[in-house]
Design a protein around this ligand. Structure first.
Ligand code: MN
Length: 363
């Protein structure tokens, strides 16, 4: 009884911080949880180090990764705890300070996990929840997950939900649970502002798919229009280069040019923002080669169906063929390009723009 009121009081404190943004430590928890769920140990180590540089304690990190076994399974959780051990050792060797933090307070002798867990679960879901179809699972959820695990007070309820939402965002096909936890996170004291920040942190630190999944769940819970998920590309792999100002008048949308080893005649990497395409044009007396390296886009020759460009697609555009190339509406796209079979008097002829009528039919 007493513990119940203590636990609930702790969560009430969180609600008082209603206009708060995610702290650096909480942002690190987002990246830690999503990388744990993805099984990305390298990404996890980066996220753990960032968190510890911002005051995340060993106790808190351990708690988050332990809790996640209930959501991602022991294999992921144990791998992640192993990575945490390595990070702690590496930081020690490097002379970096890592705070041990405080362990969870011991539970009273008469602690009733089922009773307490039922109360916590009711708070999370906003109403009593009984999973009658599988009573044993109902017991595990209440007594173990929301009873044993959530009773440990070295992470707040709000932090636990930030961890859970971030991890489920990295699990393909678990969208109903993700929506339920975004909703539950609000009940556990995660602010609306913080919830809207989680997809941004996932996009910056984890990946596009994880960010899009979370953004859609947040939009669903807040009854906001869902944004079309934009597929981005990783500019640390193929450089974005500089704005393509010289040819901008022959493009719809923004494109960027990055000459690669230009000194020795290397190819140029062209980056197209979503929706960007060049006008119909002809390369006279030369063959243009396109090698798509990132994102998704289109190549179309006059009078023929468009060909989808995805990483690995190679197109050798015949000399004198009228054509265009560009990104898909919902994705950035990068292709390498160079010219071959170049004859004397080779040139480019720029023609009319690719109309929305043609472009918008492409999926
Ligand atoms: Mn071309």
């Amino acid at each position: 009884m007493m513990l119940a009121s203590i636990v609930l009081a702790a969560s009430q404190n969180m609600i008082a911080q209603n206009d708060m943004k995610l702290s650096n430590k909480q942002q690190a928890l987002v990246a830690i949880a999503a990388n744990e769920a993805r099984g990305d140990i390298d990404g996890l180590k980066v996220a753990l180090n960032e968190g510890m540089n911002h005051g995340l304690t060993i106790s808190e990190a351990k708690e988050a990764l332990s809790q996640l076994y209930a959501y991602t399974g022991f294999p992921r959780s144990l791998n992640a705890l192993g990575a945490l051990q390595q990070v702690i050792q590496e930081r020690q060797s490097a002379g970096l300070i890592t705070e041990a933090g405080r362990d969870a307070d011991p539970l009273p002798d008469d602690y009733d996990a089922l009773k307490q867990g039922t109360q916590v679960q009711t708070k999370l879901t906003g109403k009593p929840f009984d999973y009658q179809f599988a009573p044993q699972t109902d017991y595990y959820l209440k007594a173990h997950l929301f009873g044993d695990i959530f009773a440990r007070n070295n992470l707040s309820f709000a932090e636990r939900e930030i961890v859970t939402v971030s991890a489920i965002s990295a699990l393909e096909g678990c969208e109903p649970q993700l929506v339920a936890h975004v909703s539950g996170a609000r009940n556990m004291g995660v602010t609306d502002e913080q919830l809207h920040e989680i997809p941004t942190v996932l996009r910056q630190r984890v990946g596009e798919a994880e960010a899009n999944r979370c953004a859609q769940a947040v939009a669903c819970v807040f009854a906001e229009p869902a944004h079309d998920a934009i597929q981005t590309v990783d500019f640390s792999v193929w450089p974005k280069g500089e704005p393509n100002t010289a040819y901008a008048k022959y493009f719809i949308g923004n494109s960027y040019l990055a000459p690669l080893d230009a000194e020795h005649g290397g190819p140029v990497n062209v980056t197209f923002e979503p929706g960007c395409r060049n006008n119909w044009h002809i390369h006279h007396k030369q063959v243009q080669v396109l090698i798509c390296v990132a994102g998704r886009g289109w190549y179309q020759e006059w009078g023929k169906p468009a060909i989808e460009l995805v990483p690995g697609t190679v197109v050798a555009i015949p000399a004198e063929a009228k054509h265009w190339h560009g990104a898909a509406r919902d994705s950035w796209m990068q292709h390498l390009t160079f010219h071959t079979h170049i004859e004397d008097g080779a040139s480019n002829e720029w023609l009319e723009p690719v109309t929305d009528d043609i472009y918008n039919k492409l999926k």
